[in-house]
Structure formats: structure tokens, C-alpha cells
Design a protein around this ligand. Sequence first.
Ligand SMILES: Nc1ncnc2c1ncn2[C@@H]1O[C@H](COP(=O)(O)OP(=O)(O)OP(=O)(O)O)[C@@H](O)[C@H]1O
Length: 349
Amino acid sequence: MISGTGITKTYRQRGNVLGGRDVRALRGVDFSIPKGGAVSFIGESGCGKTTLGRIIAGLETYESGEIVIDGTPMSSLRPKRREAEFRKIQLIHQDPYSALNPTRTIHQTLEAPLALRARRTGRPSSWVDDRAEELLSLVGIDPGYVLGRYPHQLSGGMRQRVVIARALTVDPEMLVADESVSMIDVSMRLSVLALLKDLRERLGVSVLFITHDIATARYIGDEGELYVLYRGQVVERGLTESVISGPVHPYTQSLLSAIPVLHGLERPGRERVVPTEALDERHADSGCLFARRCPFRTERCTAELPELMRVEEPPIGGLAPLPEAPGAAPHEHACFHPVRRSVIPEEAA
Ligand SMILES: Nc1ncnc2c1ncn2[C@@H]1O[C@H](COP(=O)(O)OP(=O)(O)OP(=O)(O)O)[C@@H](O)[C@H]1O
């Protein structure tokens, strides 16, 4: 289990000739990713998803808050032990062209981390080759075909699978896939998604998926949880299905309203929400961060910052909430005027 509380991150812009301001990338984010779980972070460009993913993978510093891995707070550990804990979380580089060393064969690429692991765990050196073959088979490629080849001799899809196999060499507990920084094409994207789903089921590894595409989040996390980020704050979270079928925060509703309609088969949701203006980082930092763009804002919204709170029962607005399974993540939102709206495309009559 990997969790975080109150994570904040500011990128300082000292000496910026353009007179830029510090960027508050994360403003006190809490999250919890259960063992074997599927969690997606979504939000538009600049909301802080990549920063959060990199912090969770131990690749970025943060000013305040705490990351806890399997019950151990990371701030309590010395750097070497902390590094070892963060190794349980592997970021999958989504650009398969630059993620692999072009001068090394696939065998060499996998051999280095496996040999280190064999030494640490007292395994015989023959284990290294066996495990390399096993991992390649696990990600769906023929070891005999790829082991002696260099990255440029493989297709993009194969390279992507090798990258995932390399992440698996350390037996991680969690894979972090940041799609927002990826340059992979649609067909490759789908096969990576399917592979991650499969690995989650077969190995029990948890998957954190970072994307701006809500449909992708729905596919990867159909049994998992969805976190919607806006300007460094979680504005809504809960079971993916619950958030997608009954969003209560106007920002989530605006993301869902933008899902394209299948012409002739669907019609737009009846209560689609369109922000009143474009995202602007210079918008005020006081009150609700979405207030300036929200069609439903009131005076309270521009004066006070709403904290995450549980979606109330009985239903708010016209739509009934999904029943919550015992022990399931509660559906929460940060809005003073939560109303369920029918925003996703509906079947055409
Ligand atoms: N190294 C950096 N130095 C300064 N500002 C940064 C740096 N990295 C990110 N930022 C800023 O922090 C904010 C959050 O960035 P981040 O990349 O985490 O967002 P994101 O939601 O992942 O966006 P995208 O989908 O475009 O990758 C943005 O305003 C971004 O410009």
C-alpha cells in the first residue's frame, strides 16, 4: 500500500527574466493506492499529475507532506533505505525510443538489473538468463527473437514491452504509467493499456495511470479509483465508475462533457458543463481554484477554499448515487454546491 498526505510542491522561478511567478504544482494532495489496485489521476495539462507521479516514484522532491510505503514513512528513512523503498515503484518511461540505451542489446539491458538482484538475493548467475526470458514472455514477446537485438531493430510496440519488462526486473509493487508525457501512437497505447491490465491481474502489481483522457482512465481503472486534479488540488475522487457516472464537481463535469459523441448512436449529455473561460495559471489563488471558470460560482466560492468532503446521501440533484460497496473508497468532492449532472453522452433514442 502506498499513500501520501498533504503533498505540496512549488517550482521556484527565481531569476526568471520573463518575470514568471512560482508555480504551485501541488497544494496538499492526499492519496492512497492499495496493493494490487488501479488508480488513475486525470486532469488537463499543468494540473500537477506528472509531478505527483514523479514524487510517488521517488524521482522528485516535495516541500511538505509524507509518503508512506507499506507502513513506513519515507521521511523516517536514511537516503539509501528510502531509495530501496522507492524501488518498489517503477515509472514506465512511455517514450520507447529514448527509454532504452541504443548501444545495448535487450539481453544486456535486462541483464544489468537482474545480475544486481541475483547478487543481492544470493541467486545463481544462471537465474539471470532464465528470469530475462521469463519476463519477456510475460510481456508477450518471444525472448529468442529479441534478446540479441538492439532497440533500433525492434518495432515501437516491442520496445515498449521491453521497457515494461525492464521495470519488472526489480519485482515492483507498483507501475506508474504517465501517458501525458508519452508520444506513442494510438494502437501502441491500447496494447500498453491492455498489457498493464493483464500484469495487474496476473502479478497483483498495482497500477497508477496518469492521463488527460477520461476514457483511458475508465478503461484501466474500471474496478479502481479515479482522482481528478485541478491546479494542484484533488477536486473529486472515488470509484472510477461512481465518479464517471455521477460526477458532482463542475470541473469533473466539464471534462466528461468534452467526451466526443458517437454520431448517430449517441447524443450529448443533457446537462453538459462548459467552463466560462479558458484555464489561466494567473487566476486568483484564493477561494475555489475553479471558481473563475465555473458557471455555477457564488460569492462563497471566490472567498473560501472548499476541502474534500464526502458526497452526501440521499442523492443531490436529480440523479441517484451508486450504492457504495463496504470498504470501498468513498466518493468525495471539493465543491460548495455539489449537484449530480447528466453530462456524459447518452444513447440516441
Ligand atoms: N521543472 C519545472 N520547473 C518549473 N515549473 C514546472 C516544472 N515542472 C512542472 N512545472 C509546472 O508545474 C505545473 C504542473 O506540471 P505537471 O507537469 O506536473 O502537470 P501535468 O498535469 O502533468 O501536465 P501535462 O499533462 O502537460 O504533463 C505546471 O504549471 C508546469 O508548468
